[in-house]
Ligand binder design. Structure first.
Ligand SMILES: Nc1ncnc2c1ncn2[C@@H]1O[C@H](COP(=O)(O)OP(=O)(O)O)[C@@H](O)[C@H]1O
Ligand SMILES: [Mg+2]
Length: 401
C-alpha cells in the first residue's frame, strides 16, 4: 500500500474507489465485490472513460480506480489523460473486452497495475483488488516519469524566468499536471519573488547534502502557488558558495517524481557541475535568447554545451522579447543561419503584459492570459508536455473549462 493510501486508511478507515463500468453485468460484479470489501469506500458508476474523467476531482483523486475501456477508440491515450488527473499513488485497474498483448503492454507501461478481460468473475476481481491494496509501494508498477525542462538564458534579463513560470502555470492549468518550478540561482534568483512568494527554507541543503533529503526537507523548501504548482527557491547569503551535488540532484528528482509530472528548472548562467548534470539529463533543454549578436554567440555556445554534456535531443531555441527596440535585434533569418538551427518559439516583447505581471505578482498567463506572449507560451508548454492534442481549442480542452 502507498504511504498516502495508508494514511488515508488510518484517517477514515477506507480507501476511496471510483469505478466507471459500461455494461450492467460487469457493473453488478464490481458492486458485489466492492460491497464485500470493508476497507473500500466505493463509487460505482455506469459509464465509460469520459464519465471517469468528469468524475475525478483532481484535488482529491481516488486511491483506486476501475476503468472500462470497452468502448474507447484510443484507450491508451484516454487512460494516460485520466492518470494525469490523479495522484501518483492512485492505483488503476483496467477492464476491457479484448485480449490483446500490445494493449496490455501499453497500459502497464502507463502505470496501470492490472488489466482484466471481460467476462470478469467476482473471484478474479476480488483477488485483483486485494492484491493491489496489499502491494507494497509501487512494487511492480513503473513510476510515471518526471519530465525535466531545463531553461538557460543566453543573456540576462530577457525573460527566462518569465518563461519558466509561464510554462509551469500552463502545465497545471491547461494540461492538468502537477509541476514544480525550481530556481537554481540560490543567490540572485527572482522566480519566487516574481510570483510574490517568500522562498522556502531547505533547497540549499537539499541540493548540497543528499543524505539530508527527505520529504520534510523538501516540503519546507517548497512554497505553493497553488495545490499543484510549487516553487523551490532560496535566497542564500551572497558570500556563501552553494555547490550543487550531483547525487543530491538525483535523489531530489526521485523524490519529486513521486509527486510531480513536470519539473521546470530555471538555471543561472554560471553553469557549474550541477547545472551541466541537469542539462545532460533534462527531457528538454530550452535555450532562451534575444535576437542580438551577443544572444547568437551565446546560444551557439549553449547548443555546443548541450551536445558536449550528452543531451541527445536538439535543444529548443526560444526567442524572447522579440521586437524590443532596445535589444539590437538582427534579422531573424540571419540569426537562424548563424545558429545553424531554427527558432522554435518567439515570445513577442509586450511591455504592458510584463507590467501587469509585475504588478500582480503572477505568472504571465495568469496576469495577462489574452496577450500574444501568453499564447506563444502556451504553444511552448504544449510542446514540452510531449502531447500533441490537448490544446485550448480541443474537445478535451473545452471539457476542462
Ligand atoms: N515578453 C516580454 N515582454 C516584455 N517584457 C518582458 C517579457 N518577458 C519578460 N519581460 C520582463 O523582462 C524583465 C526580466 O525578466 P526575467 O524573466 O526575470 O528575465 P531573466 O530571467 O532572463 O533575467 C522583467 O521585468 C520581465 O517582466
Ligand atoms: Mg531569471
Amino acid at each position: 500500500m502507498t504511504d498516502a493510501a495508508a494514511l488515508q486508511r488510518e484517517d477514515t478507515g477506507a480507501l476511496d474507489l471510483l469505478a466507471c463500468i459500461g455494461d450492467e453485468v460487469t457493473r453488478e460484479t464490481v458492486n458485489r465485490v466492492v460491497s464485500h470489501l470493508s476497507f473500500i469506500n466505493g463509487t460505482v458508476r455506469a459509464g465509460n472513460l469520459a464519465t471517469a474523467r468528469k468524475s475525478i476531482d483532481p484535488a482529491a483523486p481516488p486511491h483506486l480506480m476501475l476503468l472500462d475501456i470497452a468502448d474507447s477508440g484510443d484507450p491508451a491515450a484516454e487512460i494516460e489523460q485520466i492518470m494525469h488527473l490523479c495522484s501518483r499513488s492512485t492505483r488503476v485497474l483496467v477492464i476491457g473486452s479484448v485480449n490483446d498483448v500490445s494493449l496490455y503492454r501499453a497500459l502497464i507501461g502507463l502505470g496501470v497495475v492490472e488489466y482484466l478481460v471481460k467476462p470478469v468473475s467476482g473471484d478474479l476481481l476480488h483477488d485483483a483488488i486485494t492484491a493491489i491494496v496489499d502491494q507494497p509501494e509501487a512494487q511492480d508498477a513503473p513510476q510515471r516519469s518526471l519530465r525535466v525542462t531545463a531553461l538557460v538564458g543566453a543573456r540576462g534579463g530577457i525573460g527566462t524566468t518569465t518563461i519558466a513560470t509561464a510554462i509551469g502555470w500552463y502545465f497545471v492549468h491547461e494540461f492538468h499536471q502537477r509541476a514544480a518550478l525550481a530556481d537554481l540561482d540560490l543567490h540572485f534568483g527572482n522566480l519566487a519573488l516574481s510570483l510574490d512568494l517568500e522562498p522556502g527554507r531547505g533547497l540549499r541543503e537539499a541540493l548540497t547534502s543528499p543524505e539530508r533529503i527527505d520529504s520534510l526537507l523538501i516540503s519546507s523548501a517548497m512554497t505553493s502557488v497553488s495545490d499543484r504548482l510549487k516553487v523551490l527557491a532560496g535566497e542564500e547569503p551572497l558570500d556563501e558558495e552553494c555547490a550543487v551535488n550531483i547525487e543530491a540532484l538525483d535523489t531530489l528528482y526521485a523524490a519529486l517524481g513521486q509527486e510531480f509530472d513536470q519539473l521546470v528548472i530555471d538555471l543561472p548562467r554560471s553553469l557549474g557541475e550541477g547545472a551541466r548534470h541537469i542539462i545532460a539529463g533534462a527531457s528538454r533543454f530550452v535555450i532562451v535568447t534575444d535576437l542580438s549578436i551577443a544572444g547568437l554567440r551565446d546560444s551557439l555556445r549553449l547548443i555546443e554545451l548541450g551536445k558536449r554534456v550528452g543531451n541527445a535531443a536538439d535543444p529548443l531555441i526560444v526567442a524572447s522579447q522579440v521586437g524590443a527596440a532596445h535589444r539590437g535585434e538582427i534579422n531573424q533569418r540571419e540569426f537562424e543561419r548563424g545558429l545553424g538551427a531554427s527558432i522554435s518559439f518567439q515570445i513577442p516583447f509586450d511591455a504592458k503584459a510584463a507590467a501587469t505581471m509585475a504588478r500582480k505578482g503572477k505568472a504571465m498567463p495568469d496576469a495577462a492570459g489574452g496577450s500574444k506572449a501568453a499564447t506563444e507560451l502556451l504553444a511552448l508548454a504544449q510542446e514540452l508536455t510531449g502531447r500533441e492534442t490537448v490544446k485550448k481549442s480541443s474537445l478535451l480542452g473545452r471539457l476542462w473549462k
